[in-house]
Ligand binder design. Structure first.
Ligand SMILES: NC(=O)c1ccc[n+]([C@@H]2O[C@H](COP(=O)([O-])OP(=O)(O)OC[C@H]3O[C@@H](n4cnc5c(N)ncnc54)[C@H](OP(=O)(O)O)[C@@H]3O)[C@@H](O)[C@H]2O)c1
Length: 384
C-alpha cells in the first residue's frame, strides 16, 4: 500500500514538473506564437482571451525601396499619444505629454497583430515604451533579430513649448544659433538611440522645417546645421536612412543649395482625403524622395470615417472607409503612418492589397479635398 502511495506521489510530482516546465520555459520553436505561448498569454490576461485567437504572424506589409536601397514598409503604426486638453493620465489635468497606458498596450497589441514597423519621435515621449516592449519580445524569442522591425523616429521641432521636461525646452528653436542647433541635434539623436535601445534607427526624420513666424534666413541655416548632423549619423551607420517631414519644395531646394551632400530620402507630410500637397509630392517624385503620408484619417478629428463618398466606395469594394483611404494613398504612391488603438484596425488597415480603385474612384476621392483640410497643422508652404 505504502509503495503504491509513493508511486502515485512520484507520478504526480513528475506531471507537475512537466506542467511547470511547459509554462516557464521560453519556446524554442521557430513558430513565434506556439499554442503553448498563446494559452499562457490567455491565462495571464483572461480579459483579453478573445484577442488571443488573432495572435498573428508578421503582417503582409510590402516595402518601397528608398534611393539608398533601404526597404521602407508601406505601413507604419504611429505612436503619438497626446494629452492636449484630455485629462486621461489619471486625474492629473495639468500634465501635457503622452498616455503611458495607451502606448505600452498599443505596441504590445500591434506586435501581436503582426505589425513590425513603427513611427515615433523624440517629442512623442513614446520611444522608451517602444524600446521596452520590443526588448521583451526579443528576450522571449518572439522577435528574432533587429531586422524584424523597422523604426522611424524624428528630432528637430518647431516651437512646442508645452512639451518636454525642462532640459528639453530647446524644442523651441527660436533664438538658437546654427552651432547650438547642431549640438542639440546631436544630443537629441543620441537620446533617441538611448531611449529606443535597439542599436540603430532605420529612418530618422527632421520633424519640422521651422516654426511659424521665425525669420527665413536663420531658419534655413538652422535646418542645414541639423541636416549636417543627420548626414554624419547616417555615414557612421547609426541611422540607415535620413529624411525630412513637413518640408515644402523650397525647404528641400534650399537644403541642397546650401551644401547638403545627401538629399533627403523621405518626406513625411500630412495627407488624407481632405488634404493633398500635390506640388510637394510631385517634387518628391522628381527627386526620388519617398512621400510618406501621416494622419491619413485626419487624426480622427475630421470625421473622415463618416464621409458619404468614402462609405459608398467602401460598400462597392466590400471594404471599410479606412481601407478605402489607405488604398487611395498607396495608389498615389505614399507610404503611410497611421494611428490606431484598435486591435481590429491594426489588421484591417493593412488589408488593402486585394482591391484597386479605378481612375474614376481615385478622382472622386481627390474631389473631397477641402480648403481647410488639415486637422490643425500649418501648411509646409507657410513655414519660413
Ligand atoms: N511628422 C509629423 O509631423 C507628424 C504629425 C502628426 C502625426 N504623425 C504620425 O502619424 C501618425 C498618425 O497620425 P494621427 O494619429 O494624427 O492620425 P490618423 O491615423 O489619421 O488618425 C488616428 C485616428 O483615426 C482613427 N482610425 C484609425 N483607423 C481608422 C479606421 N480604419 N476607421 C476609422 N477610424 C480610424 C483612430 O481611432 P482608433 O484608435 O479608435 O482606431 C484615431 O482616432 C502619428 O501617430 C504619428 O506617428 C506625424
Amino acid at each position: 500500500m505504502m509503495v503504491k502511495i509513493l508511486q502515485l506521489f512520484l507520478l504526480l510530482s513528475a506531471l507537475l514538473l512537466c506542467a511547470n516546465h511547459a509554462s516557464s520555459a521560453p519556446s524554442e520553436s521557430n513558430d513565434d506564437h506556439s499554442g503553448e505561448e498563446k494559452s499562457m498569454y490567455c491565462q495571464r490576461n483572461k480579459e483579453d482571451a478573445n484577442e488571443c485567437s488573432i495572435y498573428l504572424p508578421p503582417a503582409n506589409n510590402p516595402t518601397l525601396t528608398l534611393r539608398n536601397g533601404v526597404q521602407l514598409p508601406l505601413f507604419s503604426l504611429g505612436l503619438a499619444h497626446f494629452t492636449f486638453g484630455a485629462p486621461h493620465v489619471g486625474s492629473n489635468k495639468t500634465f501635457v505629454g503622452f498616455y503611458p497606458s495607451k502606448s505600452f498596450r498599443q505596441i504590445e497589441l500591434a506586435l501581436q497583430k503582426g505589425i513590425r514597423s513603427f513611427d515615433t519621435a523624440l517629442m512623442y515621449g513614446t520611444q522608451p515604451h517602444l524600446g521596452q516592449v520590443l526588448g521583451q519580445w526579443w528576450a522571449s524569442g518572439r522577435l528574432k533579430s533587429r531586422e524584424d522591425v523597422f523604426l522611424t523616429t524624428k528630432v528637430f521641432h518647431k516651437p512646442a513649448p508645452k512639451f518636454g521636461l525642462k532640459r528639453n525646452h530647446q524644442w523651441n528653436l527660436d533664438d538658437m544659433t546654427p552651432e547650438q542647433v547642431a549640438i542639440q541635434t546631436e544630443d537629441h539623436i543620441e537620446q533617441c538611440l538611448q531611449e529606443l535601445q535597439v542599436g540603430y534607427i532605420d529612418l530618422l526624420l527632421m520633424h519640422w522645417p521651422s516654426g511659424e513666424g521665425q525669420e527665413e534666413g536663420i531658419s534655413r541655416q538652422r535646418r542645414l546645421a541639423a541636416w549636417k548632423v543627420f548626414e554624419d549619423f547616417y555615414q557612421r551607420g547609426w541611422v540607415r536612412a535620413i529624411g525630412v517631414s513637413n518640408f515644402c519644395e523650397r525647404h528641400m531646394d534650399q537644403l541642397m543649395q546650401d551644401g547638403a551632400t545627401i538629399r533627403p530620402m523621405v518626406n513625411q507630410i500630412e495627407s488624407s482625403p481632405y488634404l493633398q500637397y500635390e506640388s510637394i509630392v510631385s517634387y518628391c517624385r522628381d527627386h526620388e524622395i519617398q512621400a510618406h503620408a501621416y494622419s491619413p484619417m485626419g487624426s480622427g478629428l475630421m470625421n473622415v470615417q463618416n464621409d458619404a463618398v468614402l462609405q459608398q466606395l467602401g460598400k462597392a469594394h466590400q471594404k471599410d472607409v479606412g481601407q478605402v483611404v489607405f488604398r487611395y494613398l498607396i495608389q498615389k504612391g505614399y507610404a503611410i503612418a497611421f494611428q490606431t488603438n484598435s486591435p481590429e484596425r491594426m489588421v484591417s488597415n493593412l488589408d488593402v492589397l486585394d482591391f484597386e480603385l479605378d481612375e474614376e474612384e481615385m478622382k472622386a476621392i481627390y474631389g473631397l479635398i477641402r480648403v481647410n483640410g488639415s486637422f490643425g497643422l500649418p501648411s509646409p508652404h507657410d513655414l519660413p
